[in-house]
Design a binder for this molecule. Structure first.
Ligand SMILES: Nc1ncnc2c1ncn2[C@@H]1O[C@H](COP(=O)(O)OP(=O)(O)OP(=O)(O)O)[C@@H](O)[C@H]1O
Ligand SMILES: [Mg+2]
Length: 329
């Protein structure tokens, strides 16, 4: 029986600091989520070794007896945090599911990812970076509204109702907040008013694009100025609609851009691309997640249900893609 190691960060093992923002551990998993994923892997005919986080991996790396690692670890801080587990596994010659250290670092840093999108002709909202609010003094020609995000975070960290800014004063105070609370540059992006979609992908050669999911907030699909904030994730105001009730033309365009983005950053085995579509129907790629959450209530798994695939089968498909890719099947 093949053995699959599991690497992850638990919410419960994160030692918070007193000046942490309240969403500091948003990206980490609940122990229950990890147990459910471990059982799903077992149901697909593998044995599971729960390795834990990057420090646990470092301690055990020379003694590990696994054929493959399913890496769900987000790491603690900095833009290379998601790359730490893959780079150690690569060094030790242990095969792993998902993109490598370069893909994970590149996509966690939203500005680096956007530079790749532009080079590949993938539409993405116009943007600039600010390291401190004082740099804004020379920026008088920017179009409002804009959205201010941390440069390298996920799980909607740093996003609240005040992230959408309508004038210079609001922009300045939000940039100050991001730089100060998240200790990193702020990404200022043109706000795309309209609809929002997120699209999962599984496999390689060729990757399979999953049914398109549309984000609904307060019962509305035309989100206009509404967006996905940290506070909304845990509320029942946000829902996922799948399949998205959109024209064939928009479906085809989103599918094409999803594949192009997945390939541009060299995602492997699975991933998820986030889009906004403006009022005229033009899609923009916001980001790609090469480590989308696999928890049962998350959007990736919701699509599995729509495809009549069980949660367990979807986990099996992702792991199998990696075994095939390494010729270990
Ligand atoms: N340019 C934009 N225009 C409109 N809304 C945006 C824009 N950028 C981000 N948003 C909103 O903020 C949300 C989070 O942004 P984004 O996907 O870039 O960050 P994230 O925190 O990495 O996301 P995730 O929660 O998927 O990990 C988006 O889902 C969207 O609702
Ligand atoms: Mg996102």
């Amino acid at each position: 029986m093949k053995k699959v190691g599991l690497t992850y960060d638990l919410k419960t093992s994160y030692q918070g600091k007193s000046n942490d923002p309240k969403d500091a551990n948003a990206e980490f998993d609940h122990p229950i989520t990890i147990d459910i994923i471990a059982r799903a892997i077992e149901s697909q005919g593998y044995q599971v070794d729960k390795i834990g986080n990057v420090s646990n991996l470092l301690e055990k790396i020379n003694k590990l007896d696994v054929d493959m690692v399913l890496n769900l670890s987000e790491g603690l801080s900095g833009r290379n945090r998601e790359s730490q587990v893959p780079v150690l596994l690569e060094l030790a010659g242990i095969p792993f599911v998902g993109g490598d250290a370069l893909t994970l670092g590149l996509t966690l840093d939203k500005i680096m990812a956007k530079k790749i999108f532009i080079a590949e002709g993938i539409p993405t909202p116009k943007f600039f970076q600010v390291q401190s609010a004082d740099e804004l003094i020379n920026r008088n020609h920017f179009k409002f509204p804009a959205i201010v995000k941390p440069r390298f975070e996920g799980s909607s960290k740093g996003l609240s109702e005040s992230s959408r800014v309508k004038n210079h004063q609001e922009l300045r105070s939000q940039v100050e907040y991001i730089v100060d609370a998240y200790k990193q540059p702020a990404l200022v992006e043109e706000f795309i008013s309209g609809q929002e979609f997120t699209v999962g992908v599984v496999g390689n050669d060729p990757p399979c694009v999953l049914p398109i999911v549309q984000v609904q907030i307060d019962g509305k699909l035309q989100l206009n100025d509404m967006f996905y904030t940290f506070a909304r994730i845990d509320s029942d105001r946000l829902e996922y609609v799948c399949p998205a009730p959109i024209s064939k033309k928009l479906q085809d365009r989103i599918t094409e851009l999803t594949l192009k983005t997945y390939r541009a950053v060299e995602c492997l085995d699975f991933g998820r691309v986030d889009f906004r579509v403006d009022r005229r129907g033009n899609p923009y790629v916001l980001e790609i997640n090469p480590l989308p959450s696999l928890s049962i209530e998350d959007v990736f798994m919701l699509t599995a249900k729509r495809m009549n695939i069980t949660f367990e089968e979807m986990i099996g498909r992702i792991i199998k893609s990696a075994f095939i890719r390494y010729n270990l099947n």
